[in-house]
Design a protein around this ligand. Structure first.
Ligand code: NAD
Ligand code: IPM
Ligand code: MN
Length: 360
């Protein structure tokens, strides 16, 4: 029996989480494994129900679990609070730091039958692409000290610090090269070494780590060029290695190139292999409460959990195949719908994936 901390969070978080749990329940029956869920408040739900974004009992639940399945946090309701008390800075970033989840994997792979949901020209999208964003998640400008504000009432300034240590760069670079060895053996490191001193070190260290992986080709690219090249020809990329902020930005672009923000899953792992699994997208306040959000990113995050934390690769493969089957049949949520689609809501998409899984 494996213990899973389930943290649905805010906005569409609880809507898509219900579908991920529905699919996990079906997978347990079919593949004979058992998960014990403990549901816990996080983000705005933590603030509303327990007075803070990351209540202590939630942290304890996570510590006592084998993995964390996370929805998304944040929204307009909590934006008036001091920044450090808001869901993002008060819960998600502290959770990543607490569990030392330095390695964020965001696989952006186009489903064969969704190539025409890619917003690129058909001659560029071709038969789709398969990119893995490897994002450093516990360092860089998100966490660098000092950060703060000065001079209130006068000439105000505010500042953040972009700092990376050799150790942090080496560690995430090895994660990227290890991943590349299992894929297309190509790493493209995204930086801004032409302007930022921290990125000069980034480029040097990544180049050194590359020597440990003679089979892997390494390219360096400036982040501005990278965003452009992704639109010009995403096929040129295999593994994209990024620092925290560039990885945040680039992964949203990759998500949309696969057809929707609602398709991109992620795994946030520490050096011991403990993981938090969450969609790359957010709480989507613009569609929350309507039952139309795409649950696939959340369900794929659950399959990453089965694969990386629970060693249940067979069940993960089956869920992915079930998703592909449903998409192939033309059953689509609104975000990926085209003319010939049967458009369904969040719960019906979950039901369709369960039905497909049961047929297999
Ligand atoms: P967002 O990712 O929530 O939404 C961006 C766009 O993508 C919206 O149009 C939204 O409708 C769409 N979208 C996202 N997920 C979707 C899904 N599953 N199905 C269909 N469409 C989907 O980004 P935002 O609007 O910039 O942020 C909203 C809130 O979420 C903010 O408070 C932000 O800080 C937070 N956020 C949280 C996380 C997280 O918890 N991991 C990640 C990103 C943003
Ligand atoms: C993500 C999100 C978070 C980030 C926010 C909500 C703190 O955008 O996971 O991509 O910037 O890392
Ligand atoms: Mn983001």
């Amino acid at each position: 029996m494996k213990k899973i901390a389930v943290l649905p969070g805010d906005g569409i978080g609880p809507e898509v989480m219900a579908e991920a749990v529905k699919v996990l329940d079906a997978a347990q029956k079919k593949y004979g494994f058992e998960l014990a869920y403990t549901w816990a408040d996080v983000g705005g739900a933590g603030i509303d129900n327990q007075g803070k974004a990351l209540p202590e009992p939630t942290v304890t639940t996570c510590e006592e679990s084998d993995a964390i399945l996370f929805g998304s946090v944040g929204g307009p309701k909590w934006e008036h609070l001091p920044p450090d008390e808001q869901p993002e800075r008060g819960a998600l970033l502290p959770l990543r730091k607490h569990f030392k989840l330095h390695c964020n994997l965001r696989p952006a792979k186009v489903f064969k039958t969704l190539v025409d949901a890619c917003p690129l020209r058909p001659d560029i999208a071709k038969d789709g692409f398969d990119i893995l964003c490897v994002r450093e998640l516990t360092g860089g400008i998100y966490f660098g000290q000092p950060k703060g504000r000065h001079g209130e009432g006068g000439e105000e300034t505010a500042f953040d610090t972009l700092v990376y240590s050799r150790f942090e760069i080496e560690r995430i670079a090895r994660n990227a090269f290890d991943a590349a060895m299992k894929r297309g053996k190509k790493v493209t490191s995204v930086d801004k070494a032409n302007v930022l001193t921290s990125m000069v070190l980034w480029r040097e260290v990544v180049t050194e780590v590359a020597k440990e992986y003679p089979e892997v080709t390494l390219d360096h690219i400036y982040v501005d060029n990278a965003t452009m090249q992704l639109v010009k020809d995403p096929h040129q990329f295999d593994v994209l290695l990024c620092g925290n902020m560039f990885g945040d930005i680039i992964s949203d672009e990759c998500a949309m190139l696969t057809g929707s923000m609602g398709l991109l899953a992620s795994a946030s792992l520490n050096a011991e292999g403990f993981g938090l699994y969450e969609p790359a997208g957010g709480s989507a306040p613009d569609i929350a409460g309507q039952g139309v959000a795409n649950p696939i990113a959340q369900i794929l995050s659950a399959t990453m959990m089965l694969r990386y934390s629970l060693n249940l690769g067979e069940a993960a493969d089956a869920i992915e195949a079930a998703i592909a089957g449903v998409l192939e049949a033309g059953t689509h949520t609104a975000d990926i719908a085209r003319e010939a689609s049967t458009v369904v809501g969040t719960a019906a998409m979950g039901d369709a994936i369960v039905a497909e899984l049961e047929k297999m």
